[in-house]
Design a protein around this ligand. Sequence first.
Ligand SMILES: Nc1ncnc2c1ncn2[C@@H]1O[C@H](COP(=O)(O)OP(=O)(O)OP(=O)(O)O)[C@@H](O)[C@H]1O
Length: 136
Amino acid sequence: MANPDPHLPPRRFPALLRQRAASFGYAFRGVAAALRSEVHLQFHAGATVAVLGLGWYCGLARWEWALVALAVGLVWSLELVNTAIEAVVNLMSPEYHPLAGRAKDVAAGAVLAGAVAALAVGLLVFGPRAWAWLGA
Ligand SMILES: Nc1ncnc2c1ncn2[C@@H]1O[C@H](COP(=O)(O)OP(=O)(O)OP(=O)(O)O)[C@@H](O)[C@H]1O
C-alpha cells in the first residue's frame, strides 16, 4: 500500500518489509479462503498436482514446463479473480439484477477462455506422448 499521507516522512525499510510481508499474508489468506469455498478451485488443485506429476513422469523439456506453468497459473489466476468478482457481486447485488448476472457470466466466461487455452497447451504438450504411448 502506498504511503497514505505524502506529508509524512517516508517509511523505514523494516516497516516497508513488514508491510510487504503482511500483503503476502493477505494474498495467501485469500487463496486459502477461496480454496475452502470453491469446488472449482479444489478441482484445479487436484488437476495441478496431476499435471505436475505427469510432467515429471514424461520428463518435459524446459520450454514445455514454461508453457505448462503459464497455463496452470492462468487458470488459477482467472478462477481466483472470478471468485472475487462473485463475492463483490453477491455483496453489492444480493437481489436479482441483470447487470449482476452479466458480471458473473462474463467472469465465468473468462475462466472458460483460460481453461480452453490451458486445454490446448495440455493437448499440444502431452498429446503426442499419449499418442505414442497408445502405439498409434
Ligand atoms: N444477483 C444476481 N442477479 C442476476 N443473476 C444472477 C445473480 N446471481 C447469480 N446470477 C446468475 O446465476 C449464475 C450462477 O451464479 P452463482 O452465483 O451460483 O455462480 P456460479 O457460477 O454457480 O459460481 P459457484 O459455483 O462458484 O458458486 C450467474 O452466472 C448468473 O447468470
